[in-house]
Write a protein that binds this ligand. Structure first.
Ligand SMILES: C[S@@+](CC[C@H](N)C(=O)[O-])C[C@H]1O[C@@H](n2cnc3c(N)ncnc32)[C@H](O)[C@@H]1O
Length: 331
């Protein structure tokens, strides 16, 4: 048999891919990555520390070795580097909460074939419904994905040294950008537009970070809430463009350009696909989530962002990798 011979192995793993989601979520639920990081390295030890059955602990460890998150060496288990960095709890970039959330979303996938036929959601869409409780579950879980982008933008835009700037965050969610930027720049102020229950979450989190006195929330739909005119130095629109169609994105970018002072900067962050739609892998598959949950959303190409931003009146558009997203900086 040559290396190129087809085998069922990869297909079997993909067909059973939901077990990766399940094992990862169960391991995160029982804090196994955190315990492994703290040096607990056997099934018996993890069972005792996590207060789960030893049979369950061993089964999860087998699954985690199978999906390449944990390694076994001379009878001892340890996190591989990705799991160490991204699955240990309570770190700024931890995806453990997101892993638990995605298991809860899995039931909706049974609609996907019907959604593909229909070209959009067949049950109530998530995105177009005001105050959808979906967002309350999601915003804290996804915030760690925005930490690399928010941190990179501090450097790229020189935000720490920018003095008394005004920031506008449209669909700010947990307030992760405002929190990061207000901490970096003690003279900055930020305004977030989002639904009322989400703004309440952001307000609490920014108060906890000690920057709440420079943070203002505006409750409402960003499609109909005014952004103002020439008021802000920096605006941010992160993980929103994928839920909107081209016309809505151009409309929002146009109002954001007007809301910025001359010379102001728009920061967009999203899962951006290559212009020929050949990659990267995660943004390509995330388009399915938008088909399932939104009427117009998708993952958009660099060429789409460039075209829309130029139409909206920006003159210069640049792209920077900020895994798992891409930063788009428009001036
Ligand atoms: C995927 S989250 C992104 C949160 C944040 N920008 C980030 O990158 O972490 C989308 C956010 O947009 C908000 N949102 C979605 N549609 C909205 C609308 N029409 N008006 C106001 N907020 C909206 C949601 O409540 C949620 O906080």
């Amino acid at each position: 048999m040559t290396d190129n011979q087809p085998t069922p192995d990869r297909i079997m793993r993909l067909i059973n891919g939901y077990w990766a989601t399940g094992v990862l979520a169960a391991a995160a639920t029982h804090s196994l990555f955190t315990h492994l990081e703290n040096g607990v390295d056997t099934a018996a030890g993890l069972a005792a520390r996590a207060e789960i059955s030893e049979r369950g602990a061993q089964t999860l460890l087998d699954g985690l070795v199978s999906v390449g998150l944990v390694e076994l060496h001379e009878g001892r288990y340890r996190n591989l580097p990705d799991a160490s960095t991204y699955l240990v709890e309570d770190t700024p970039v931890s995806l453990a909460r997101f892993a638990k959330l995605k298991l809860k979303h899995m039931g909706a996938l049974t609609d996907l074939a019907d959604v593909v036929r229909a070209g959009g959601p067949v049950k109530a869409p998530v995105v177009e419904v005001a105050n959808n409780p979906h967002w309350e579950e999601i915003v804290k879980a996804i915030a760690p994905q925005s930490v690399p982008a928010a941190t990179a933008a501090v450097e790229l835009l020189g935000l720490a040294e920018a003095g008394e700037i005004s920031i506008l965050d449209v669909g700010g969610g947990s307030g992760i950008y405002s929190g990061t930027w207000l901490e970096a720049n003690p003279a900055a102020r930020a305004t977030q537009i989002d639904w009322e229950p989400i703004n309440a979450i952001a307000r609490r989190l920014l108060d906890e970070r000690g920057v709440g006195d420079r943070f203002t929330c505006v409750d409402g739909d960003f499609h109909t809430t005014g952004f103002g005119t020439a008021e802000h130095d920096v605006a941010v629109y992160s993980h929103i463009a994928h839920q909107e169609g081209p016309e809505a994105n151009i409309e929002v970018f146009t109002r954001l350009r007007q809301a910025l002072k001359p010379g102001g900067t728009l920061v967009v962050c999203d899962y951006v696909v290559d212009d020929d739609r050949s990659g990267p892998a995660f943004p390509l598959i995330f388009a399915s989530e938008m088909l399932l949950k939104s009427k117009q959303g998708s993952t958009w190409r660099q060429a789409d962002y460039r075209e829309w931003l130029l139409k909206a009146g920006f003159e210069n558009v640049a792209f920077y990798s900020a895994p798992p997203g891409t930063l788009v900086i428009a001036r």
